[in-house]
Write a protein that binds this ligand. Structure first.
Ligand code: CA
Length: 229
């Protein structure tokens, strides 16, 4: 069955491009140019994923993200007009899964859509083990294996890697990671995060200067990738 994507975009040419592209790649789509119409469509059609522009005809796309997150975990990919870090971080912190900046490449957009849909399927079907590249985590024992061998990790390294493994192929802001791994009150301790990312990279990356798992999203945070590139 084709998956349904809700496009929320007030720029007609971008909306048209998205509709044509999604159709070509075997997705169904519905669209709205404002957040009110989008919320209606969301509730009546229960799409599999949303693509949300931040500047809409009737206000801020972030408000739509916030409303949707109150009722649903459906993946949301944000479209941002420019590389506006503050806006992107705010949208991610409100619960968006990922972002892409205009002008975007179709391949990049499709990759992000597929990753978000895969993650959704995984979350709905959580089994004993989480697999990611050459990493494997046993959910029952919480042990993490790399190339079949149990990794020696400090408690914080373990918590951080566990968080990454449960949120793969997704842009995570510094603040989100610090809050989830270290706890409320640590959101601004960027140096902690940098230090532990460095030590983790030494344990799981072949070349820690050119990481294939823990990718840096400049100015925003990190993305844990399972696909070797
Ligand atoms: Ca717009």
């Amino acid at each position: 069955m084709k998956q349904l994507i809700l496009i929320v975009e007030d720029d007609l040419s971008v909306k048209k491009l998205l509709e044509i592209t999604l159709k070509e790649y075997q997705f169904n789509s519905i669209s709205s140019d404002g957040k009110k119409g989008a919320m209606m469509l969301f509730l009546t059609h229960t799409p599999d994923l949303l693509i949300v522009d931040l500047g809409l005809s009737d206000g801020d796309g972030k408000e739509l993200i916030e409303q949707i997150r109150e009722v649903s975990k459906t993946p949301i990919i944000v479209l941002s007009a420019r590389h506006d870090e503050k806006e992107i971080i705010a949208a991610l912190d409100l619960g968006a899964d990922d972002y892409i900046t205009k002008p975007f490449s179709i391949n990049e957009l499709l990759a992000r859509i597929r990753a978000a849909l895969r993650r959704k399927a995984q979350e709905e079907n959580i089994s004993q083990n989480v697999l990611c590249g050459e990493l494997e985590m046993n959910l029952a024992s919480r042990d993490i294996f790399f190339k079949g061998e149990k990794l020696k990790l400090t408690p914080i390294e373990h918590e951080l890697l566990k968080y990454f493994l449960l949120h793969t192929n997704k842009t995570l802001t510094h603040k989100q990671i610090l809050k989830e791994v270290w706890g409320v009150g640590y959101q601004n301790e960027m140096q902690y995060l940098r230090t532990y990312v460095n030590t983790l990279r030494k344990k799981i990356e072949e070349d820690s200067t050119r990481p294939s798992y823990i990718k840096t999203e400049s100015g925003i945070g990190y993305r844990f990738s399972c696909n070797k590139e």
